[in-house]
Design a protein around this ligand. Structure first.
Ligand SMILES: [Zn+2]
Length: 388
């Protein structure tokens, strides 16, 4: 009996020890700006990453997407000497027009949907997820410029269709002949979707409720079938691309919409997580720009004001918890994206916001967080608050 009690005590001590060691790992992003004009030199990046990695434990650095390989070689040498991994930040279905040819995504009326183009200038066209040449060009772009830069992995961004930024038509996509065939194979007739939308308008998107486990439940079975098929069409294409990159010995990270909005842009977490080493759902509560959770949700409501059943979500801690809960079933690495940058009118973050968000991530037993979206410009206080 005594021996049994002793074993129990030992186990309890071990458990508390393990718990204490569950410290967050951090992934940081270096946003280099446009393809042809890197915003920083390699030495500036190295200087900054050296400072940051002395404050918090950095596991990986995501850097891109300038077309100057020498920057990555230099930064990579520095990172690898410190045992830090380097991922190339690769935009997949948008923003590659300067670098390769693309076939654009089309809506159900054969048009290119509108894009976000207000003062921020963050407007970008999306390309068809099914077109084999689009995928081939992306892989060729990586092979041609980045294969010998020392990358440990690729962080796939823009792995989706247009969101409600382009109105409802951007979400009811891609309607090109190739995608129409793929939807047909999934049991969805795109012509019927178009007719249903034209007949019912916003009501086509009405829902009967929302739970983190199930997501939104669509009232119209055709809408439910469409979004399920959309997840399969878009995410299988992303999965195939991820596998192709993985066959080059690369790890794979993925930039994802928050679980509640993911179905609208074709991101099926169950499929994607099978092709990723880690996923980074963008759980931005303080960002009032694309990818901000409240911003994207408001766009949905503005694009389809007649769609019923969408609850009022406050971008509070409880909502963050609901999105973390929705991520739990997937077995790949889970590094939610928490924004630490600050920008007046765009990202109203604070040290309190950063620590509150990270504490929630760790309560869910996840690996850590991606500190978004550019470590080069993140306020010092938003990094210092994470120091243990
Ligand atoms: Zn298409």
């Amino acid at each position: 009996m005594k021996r049994f009690a002793c074993i129990l005590l030992c186990l309890a001590a071990l458990a508390s020890c393990v718990k204490k060691e569950a410290r967050p790992a951090y992934i940081v992003q270096v946003s280099l700006g446009p393809w042809n004009a890197p915003a920083y030199t390699a030495q500036q990046i190295i200087g900054r990453l050296d400072t940051v990695s002395r404050i918090i434990p950095v596991k990986n650095v995501i850097i891109g997407w300038s077309n100057r390989p020498e920057i990555y070689r230099e930064v990579g040498d520095f990172l690898h000497a410190k045992g830090i991994g380097m991922y190339f930040w690769l935009p997949v279905f948008a923003e590659t027009e300067e670098m390769c040819e693309n076939t654009p995504l089309l809506d159900l009326w054969g048009q290119e949907p509108g894009s976000f183009d207000l003062t921020s200038g963050e407007g970008f066209r999306f390309n068809c997820p099914s077109h084999p040449e689009n995928a081939a060009h992306i892989v060729a772009l990586y092979d041609g410029l980045y294969a010998d830069c020392g990358f440990d992995g690729v962080f796939m961004d823009r792995i989706r269709t247009q969101s409600f930024v382009g109105g409802v038509s951007g979400v009811l996509s891609c309607g090109c002949p190739l995608c129409t065939e793929r939807y047909k194979a999934e049991g969805v007739d795109m012509e019927a979707v178009r007719q249903a939308w034209e007949a019912d308008g916003d009501a086509f998107l009405s829902v009967t409720g929302y739970t983190p486990a199930e997501g939104f439940v669509f009232e119209n079975p055709l809408a439910a079938a469409f979004f399920k098929a959309k997840g399969h069409v878009v995410s299988s294409a992303v999965g195939a691309l991820a596998d192709s990159l993985r066959s080059r010995g690369l790890e794979i990270g993925m930039d994802l919409y928050a679980p509640f909005m993911a179905p609208f842009v074709g991101q099926d977490y169950a499929i994607l997580s099978q092709h990723a080493d880690f996923i980074k759902p963008m759980l931005y509560r303080a960002t009032t720009a694309p990818a901000g959770m409240g911003f994207e949700y408001n766009l949905l409501k503005q694009a389809a004001p007649g769609a019923a059943g969408y609850p009022e979500f406050q971008m509070d801690l409880a909502f963050l918890e609901s999105q973390l809960e929705a991520m739990e079933p997937y077995s790949c690495g889970k590094f939610p994206g928490i924004e630490i940058n600050y920008r007046e009118g765009v990202a109203h973050t604070s040290p309190e916001y950063v620590t509150e968000s990270l504490d929630a991530v760790m309560r869910h037993g996840f690996d850590g967080a991606v500190l978004s979206w550019n470590i080069m410009e993140a306020p010092e206080a938003h990094i210092a608050c994470l120091k243990e």
